[in-house]
Write a protein that binds this ligand. Structure first.
Ligand code: SAM
Length: 259
């Protein structure tokens, strides 16, 4: 049974320290922690980082953490999906920051998307996520997805290390993985909404070839599309899951003109 609010608390000091270490923190760093829970990670972040904002949805946990009086740490009770994040960042002078979090698994993708698209995105995220989700984000099996392409549009994701489910209380049903998502210095200057409408169209019917999905969604003759795909160096039978972020960027110019 999934726990309420994804509350699976880390029990291992070694792993908590390793996660904090992975962020490469110095006293110059600002860290936003999402879901500090009982503070297992927070105590190491407080040891290494400059300033910390720790945002916890659960009132009882948030007030328990207030009493810990961690160094340079501000505990905020709130929901990451509802809070006005740009306002929080501005009020705390946090424009340059990193995220370190053991994320609640029931909303992992939503949180990642939010953090990639927000007005002041973090320059680096160290995230513990469900193993399968982490592997899907980096496309470990060489099968891309809308999620992996969304992350790779803005950032470079990488798997750092695996964490077995026995290191949590209560133990979740699945193992976990710690990933790093490093913001790209240059984000393509294109219409993001249009770009993702193309990616979604490409994945609309997973078993179909890309050319069929795109020509149906954009009412473009297949022959025309195949010509563009050839120019982009793509096999005519390719499926969406085989396209890298660079391939989508090559195709988007042509398809945008067709919209
Ligand atoms: N950081 C702690 C640890 O590693 O032991 C707890 C991690 S636990 C997997 C996820 C935490 O996120 C819980 O404390 C939960 O209450 C909190 N949480 C769940 N949904 C949240 C939300 N929407 N906004 C902020 N925190 C949330």
């Amino acid at each position: 049974m999934p726990t309420k609010l994804g509350q699976n608390f880390l029990t291992s000091d070694d792993i908590s320290r390793k996660i904090a270490d992975s962020a490469g923190l110095s006293t110059k760093d600002n860290v936003l922690e999402i879901g500090p829970g009982k503070g297992m990670l927070t105590k190491y972040l407080a040891e290494y980082a400059g300033k910390i904002l720790a945002l916890e949805i659960d009132r009882a946990l948030a007030s328990g953490l207030q009493k810990e009086n961690y160094r340079n740490t501000k505990i905020i009770e709130g929901d990451i999906l509802k809070i006005n994040l740009p306002k929080l960042i501005e009020e705390n002078d946090f424009q340059n920051y990193k995220i370190v979090a053991n994320l609640p698994y029931y909303i992992t993708s939503k949180i990642i998307r939010l953090l990639l698209e927000t007005k002041y995105p973090p320059r680096k995220m160290i995230l513990m996520v469900q193993k399968e989700v982490g592997e899907r984000i980096v496309a470990l099996d060489s099968k891309e997805s809308i999620l992996s392409i969304s992350v790779k549009f803005y950032a470079e994701p990488e798997i750092l290390f695996y964490v077995a489910k026995e290191n949590f209380d209560p133990a979740p049903e699945v193992d976990s993985v710690v990933i790093r998502i490093k913001r790209k210095k240059e984000i393509p200057k294109i219409d993001v909404k249009k770009f993702f409408s193309i990616v979604k169209a490409g994945f609309s019917s997973k078993r179909k070839m890309l050319v069929n999905n795109l020509s149906a969604s954009f009412s473009v003759p297949k022959a025309e599309l195949l010509k563009q795909m050839k120019k982009a160096g793509l096999d005519q039978k390719i499926r969406a899951e085989k396209l890298k972020i660079e391939d989508w960027l090559k195709l988007q110019n042509f398809l945008n003109a067709k919209k």
